[in-house]
Design a protein around this ligand. Structure first.
Ligand code: FAD
Ligand code: DLZ
Ligand code: SF4
Length: 513
């Protein structure tokens, strides 16, 4: 009796549950590069190259350990083209009596997997993904009966569960759970940002780069300057360099943006964590040790750990709690098509130009760029959630629906009506100006509120509030801002609406804005 053990492209962890209890003599591990996964959205070229190379390296490391591995190359003549067809073909080829896999990261794939047993007439064991700190059931138990599902309270449970940054008396280290208030500094002119850790492509990566260049030529992004780690060993080096060079200032400059500085003091480990090259528990342990050794301050360490065991675990729980159906939510009934500049970076708005260009070049943008520039615009310009989700899912190397969708539909677009966020993250140009130096080099003037030269974020922000007054009426956290709007001079309100109308018309007519 043998089992086919399927390992997906984002499950490249030696102790993944699909491999637990493996019979090394009889079981076959399947990894498959398939057209359906690589094209169901047109992933960034660097994302595909990273994942295919990481899959190939992982397969080799399994072979080196003596496992039987079937690796389906993208160009293999018998490549069945989709995961379900690959599983069907390889179960026959190796006469397997069972399929064992790990819970996937996207609902569409889970639905597919759930049909395999009937289709193949053999048992299909879909095991829990134990790489997360909270199981899907843990989140559902926590969420049950709660009116609001705030990350902060979930995060505290995770801190207690892991005993992370807790005193022996069971209190949060330093007396507070959250030091976010200290983490909002702009980048000083004199501070040098360290270069990201870079790796020269080896032979396997070079082969993959050539493949992606040819087969995915019409996908978004560039392969130029590909420098990502593709093995666990190298991903650990990225983590180590982050800890040595950036962690201490991670908190201070977590929300800062600067022209020509895509990497800032962030860790750049999301793509490794999500594909399984690193695991959350080892990251948290390594970072917490720096605090206890006195090498990193509490605001940095707590801020970082909150992202990993708070936000990351929370969005995953929320995704599965809300799926299916979350993808259809559209609280503001936003319908505008995604503007062309999200693909070309061809816009006069410097902040958006920079963030789209960096996304194109690196398959990476840091959180505040994703949230307060790219996302903020999508929210206040009323872009359709489906189109915005599609964009975020394909442009970033760390994107899988379980983490992308709650961030987009919940955090950025408020499309879930306030399940994730207590109020929309809408902001005018003043916020972008405070946290970056983008505005200095912009065609528009951030200080101008209305008129042709005015920063579009300024009038779009108020226009968003005016358009959605009814929908946000009962939101207590919006009371102050609506009071300000109510007191605004009527001619100014009319001018704001007119400026917004002209701008959005231009956008809809594909004119450069
Ligand atoms: P750091 O800033 O160094 O943070 C450390 C780690 O914390 C990240 O690697 C990530 O694992 C975790 N983390 C931080 N914030 C979040 C968050 N909001 N949700 C989940 N995990 C978080 N993250 C993804 O991994 N995949 C996505 O597809 C994704 N899409 C996003 C879309 C939008 C609109 C927004 C606002 C955020 C999105 N994020 C996503 C969260 C965050 O922006 C990225 O995790 C982060 O930028 C990755 O870079 P880093 O590793 O340098 O992160
Ligand atoms: C993202 C991705 C890509 C581009 N290609 C593959 C692939 O060829 N084979 C594979 O097993 N996985 C791939 N993936 C990752 C899957 O899309 C991912 O496992 C699901 O989206 C669930 O998270
Ligand atoms: Fe962006 Fe407005 Fe600043 Fe220009 S002025 S960079 S559009 S915030």
């Amino acid at each position: 009796m043998s089992a086919l053990r399927l390992v997906l492209g984002d499950q490249l962890t030696q102790h993944i549950s699909a491999l637990e209890g493996i019979d090394m003599d009889n079981d076959v591990i399947l990894l498959a590069e398939v057209r359906s996964e690589a094209t169901y959205v047109k992933h960034h070229k660097k994302k595909i190259a990273y994942l295919f190379s990481a899959m190939r390296h992982f397969a080799q490391s399994l072979r080196d350990k003596g496992y039987q591995v079937h690796y389906t190359d993208y160009l293999a003549e018998d490549n069945a083209g989709s995961l379900s067809d690959e599983v069907a073909l390889r179960t026959q080829q190796y006469q397997c009596h069972q399929v064992i896999c790990t819970f996937p990261g996207e609902h569409r794939l889970l639905s597919d997997m759930q049909t395999w047993s009937e289709r193949l007439s053999i048992p299909v064991d879909i095991r829990e993904d134990t790489r997360f700190i909270a199981s899907i059931q843990d989140f559902a138990d926590w969420a049950k009966g709660k009116k609001q599902l705030r990350m902060e309270f979930f995060y505290r449970e995770m801190r207690k569960k892991l005993n992370s940054l807790m005193t022996p008396e069971g209190q949060p280290e330093g007396g507070k759970w959250n030091y976010d208030a200290q983490n909002r500094k702009a980048l000083p002119k004199t501070l040098n940002v360290p270069q990201p850790t870079q790796f020269t492509p080896d032979t396997i990566t070079d082969e993959v780069l050539a493949l992606v260049n040819k087969e995915f030529a019409n996908h978004f992004g560039t392969l130029d300057g590909f420098h990502y780690a593709v093995t666990r060993e190298d991903a650990l080096k990225v983590l180590d360099a982050f800890i040595q060079e950036r962690l201490a200032l991670f908190g201070d400059y977590q929300d800062a943006m600067a022209q020509g500085e895509p990497w800032m003091f962030h860790s750049h480990i999301g793509l490794y964590l999500n594909a399984g090259l690193l695991t959350p528990d080892e990251i948290v342990q390594a970072v917490e040790a720096e605090y206890h050794a006195g090498r990193a301050p509490l605001n940095a360490v707590e801020g970082f750990i909150r992202q990993v065991i708070g936000w990351r675990e929370y969005v995953r729980g929320l995704y599965w709690f809300k799926m299916p159906g979350y993808e259809k939510e559209n609280f503001f009934n936003a319908t505008r098509a995604l503007p062309g500049f999200y693909w070309t970076a061809d816009t006069n708005m410097n902040c958006l130009q920079q963030c789209v260009q960096e996304t194109h070049d690196n398959a990476y943008a840091h959180h505040i760029q994703r949230l307060m520039v790219l996302g903020n615009f999508a929210l206040i310009a009323g872009l359709a959630p489906e189109e915005v989700n599609n964009w975020y899912l394909l442009v970033y190397a760390d994107a899988y629906e379980w983490v992308e969708m709650p961030n987009v539909s919940g955090m950025v677009l408020f499309a879930d009506g306030g399940v994730l966020a207590s109020k929309p993250y809408a902001a005018s140009g003043a916020y972008i100006n405070k946290m970056s130096n983008y505005c200095k080099n912009c065609h528009y003037k951030v200080k101008d509120k209305t008129g042709e030269s005015a920063c579009p974020f300024n009038y779009l922000y108020w226009d968003f509030l005016i358009r959605n007054r009814e929908a946000l009426r009962s939101n207590h956290r919006m009371g102050m801002i609506y009071n300000t709007l109510n007191k605004m001079d009527e001619t100014k309100v009319i001018q704001i609406q007119e400026d917004a109308r002209l701008f959005l018309n231009k956008l809809d007519n594909h004119e450069k804005v």
